[in-house]
Structures are given as C-alpha cells and as structure tokens.
Design a binder for this molecule. Structure first.
Ligand code: AMP
Ligand code: ZN
Length: 139
C-alpha cells in the first residue's frame, strides 16, 4: 500500500496520531474533521496515499464512495441537517491543505452562508467526540 511518512493522514491510518474514528474497512477510513465547519463535519480517506484525484485509481475512488454513502447517511440520520455536501479539493487553488485524497462530508444548515473555501478553525474536542458517538450509533 502506498504511504508517505510525512503525511498526517497516513499517520492517522498507521495509528501514529489519534483521530475520532467513525468507520473503517480494508481500504478506507472515516474520521471527524478536527476543524469542523459544522457539527458532524467528517472526512473519508482511502488508506493508501494518493495526493489528489488526478492520481487516484478508480477502485480507490469507488471504495471511498461506498464509505461516503454509509457515513453521510449516518450523519444525516444522527444530526438531521437541512442538507449535506460532499466536498473534494485538489491543489492550492482549490484550497487543498492535506495532500492525501479525501472527501469532506459536510452537513449544512439553511442560510449558513458557507463559502466553498472556508477558514480552518479548531473545534472543541469534547463536542467532536460526542458528535462522533451519535454518528457511529447510526452506522
Ligand atoms: P482540505 O483543506 O480540503 O485539504 O481538507 C483537509 C482537512 O483535514 C481540513 O478540514 C482539516 O481540518 C482536516 N485535518 C487536518 N489535520 C487533521 C487531523 N489531524 N485530524 C482530523 N482532521 C484534520
Ligand atoms: Zn497520506
């Protein structure tokens, strides 16, 4: 499996740094975003290191898509947002900050005014952990 010792998401996959894990299977991992735009903001990654969509094998995209359906459905059931975006960024112009392919699962509220390139702001860990528990209960 491709891995990069300097990549923060590869370190999460390896268990070298912690995460609020929601789900994993052989190919993918889902965990809470540590700078949530809204409660329930989480990420789906292939376990293998591919920096962007442009180098991602179709099978890895399919595996991430299967996990995204599972986790987004759980977020929707647990938190009942008004809507939900899947967001995926490639390169600095798209505000990609971690070069390991990922899908954002982003619950939305009516009128939240969120721009596509939001600012990163640290979340409160106790609140993220509690939200993760609610989502896990629905997976
Ligand atoms: P992007 O800007 O689209 O590359 O998204 C990267 C996301 O990874 C951002 O929303 C960050 O908040 C998130 N992130 C970075 N480091 C961590 C981490 N250690 N645990 C959870 N989320 C992280
Ligand atoms: Zn990586």
């Amino acid at each position: 499996m491709k891995t990069d010792p300097d990549c923060i998401f590869c370190k999460i996959v390896a268990g070298a740094i912690p995460c609020f894990k929601l789900y994993e299977d052989g190919e993918t991992l889902a965990f809470m975003d540590i700078n949530p735009v809204h409660d329930g903001h989480c990420l789906i990654i292939p376990k293998a290191h591919y920096p962007t969509l442009f180098v991602l094998p179709a099978e890895a995209f399919a595996a991430a898509g299967r996990t995204a359906i599972k986790v987004a459905t759980a977020v929707n059931a647990a938190l009942a947002p008004d809507g939900l975006n899947l967001v995926q960024s490639n390169g600095p112009g798209a505000a990609q900050s971690v070069p390991h392919f990922h899908l954002h699962v982003l619950p939305r509220r009516m009128g939240d005014g969120l721009a596509v390139n939001w600012q990163l702001k640290p979340g409160e860990h106790a609140r993220i952990a509690e939200t993760a528990e609610r989502i896990r209960a629905r997976i």
